[in-house]
Design a protein around this ligand. Structure first.
Ligand SMILES: C[S@@+](CC[C@H](N)C(=O)[O-])C[C@H]1O[C@@H](n2cnc3c(N)ncnc32)[C@H](O)[C@@H]1O
Length: 171
């Protein structure tokens, strides 16, 4: 659902921060036929699983998995068109630092999409504290310079995803 919401362009470089087993990276790679899809996760076990599950994928040559945390993304400044954080932001040890890093790696005009499962009570993700509160997440994202923040609720069968999309303004 996040990939669908992103409206990726064929030449985009997409980064999924906290990619886990890499499912969204593989789906994104099918859209970015002249670009790249990169998954980053601090867990060596998840990176190993992601690589194993991608080995025979039809888009494998434009997919990369790199070990590293959101707080120190192993990527060059201004190298990404789109960054995803799917069920991931509330796992980051230092969300402020992670958002600084997302800002750094995005190109001017690049987009940042946060996707999280809606909880049974209609709340944002399975997080506790500030990162379970949509208004506070929005303020956090805006405080790091992202603008045009837009939230939406997407459904697919029984799955419900809350999305927050924002842009690194081109100043
Ligand atoms: C619930 S899983 C989500 C995985 C995947 N995005 C998905 O939706 O299936 C959360 C992921 O965040 C990763 N994670 C934990 N700490 C992180 C950090 N500091 N920076 C980035 N990712 C982190 C975990 O290793 C895990 O793979």
């Amino acid at each position: 659902m996040t990939v669908e919401a992103a409206g990726l362009r064929p030449e985009d470089v997409v980064v999924d921060v906290g990619c886990g087993g890499g499912e969204a990276v593989r789906v994104a790679a099918e859209c970015v036929v002249r670009g790249r899809a990169i998954g980053v996760d601090p867990s060596p076990g998840m990176i190993r699983i992601a690589k194993e599950q991608t080995r025979d994928h039809v888009c494998a040559e434009r997919i990369q998995f790199i070990e590293g945390p959101a707080e120190k993304l192993p990527l060059e400044t201004g190298s990404a068109d789109v960054v995803f954080a799917i069920n991931s932001l509330h796992h980051w040890a230092q969300p402020d630092r992670g958002l600084e890093e997302v800002w750094r790696v995005l190109k001017p005009g690049g987009r940042f999409l946060i996707g999280d499962e809606e909880t049974e009570g209609g709340g944002w993700s399975h997080a506790e504290g500030d990162l379970s509160d949509q208004v506070k997440i929005r303020r956090l994202v805006e405080s790091h310079g992202f603008d045009s923040v837009c939230t939406s609720r997407r459904t697919d069968g029984g799955d419900v995803l809350l999305m927050m999309e924002s842009i690194k303004n081109a100043l």
